[in-house]
Design a protein around this ligand. Structure first.
Ligand code: HEC
Length: 112
């Protein structure tokens, strides 16, 4: 588990930067914004997840049986490595997700 201060910081980063699309409870919007709740990518490999948030994602992806073909902006110029670590630790431990925390050094290590 990440510390409660990290999770509180992550919740704030999420509500400011992510919830407009992915929604406050991580449910997304079917066919438009993928859910982050119970999402295998969110709960899976940390490097791949960090890469998506740091450098963005576009093109077709299937998430929990629904296809998305949208565009998520890159966050590396808006958010610090510590912010990305905090928001991912928050997302990975919210809404039924049960994956381990991510720290800033892991975020720093993922290159484009
Ligand atoms: C402007 C809307 C928007 C915002 C804001 C946004 N996202 Fe996304 N996100 C998307 C879209 C659209 C996709 C799917 C992209 C595609 O179809 O290729 C996505 C994909 C993702 C994925 C990959 C899901 C998967 O299963 O492949 C993750 C993880 C993610 N976003 C996390 C975040 C986080 C964390 C934030 C805040 C820092 C954030 N997003 C902010 C629109 C957004």
């Amino acid at each position: 588990m990440a510390g409660s201060a990290t999770l509180a910081a992550g919740a704030k980063v999420f509500s400011t930067n992510c919830s407009s699309c992915h929604q406050a409870q991580g449910t997304g919007q079917p066919g438009v914004f993928p859910p982050l709740a119970k999402n295998p990518t969110v709960n899976g490999n940390a490097t791949r997840l960090i890469h998506i948030v740091k450098y963005g994602l576009s093109g077709s992806v299937a998430v929990l049986g629904t296809t998305y073909n949208g565009l998520m902006p890159a966050w590396h110029s808006t958010l610090s490595d510590a912010d990305i670590a905090a928001v991912l630790s928050y997302v990975r431990s919210s809404w039924g997700n049960k994956a381990g925390p991510i720290d800033a050094s892991q975020v720093a290590a993922v290159k484009q």
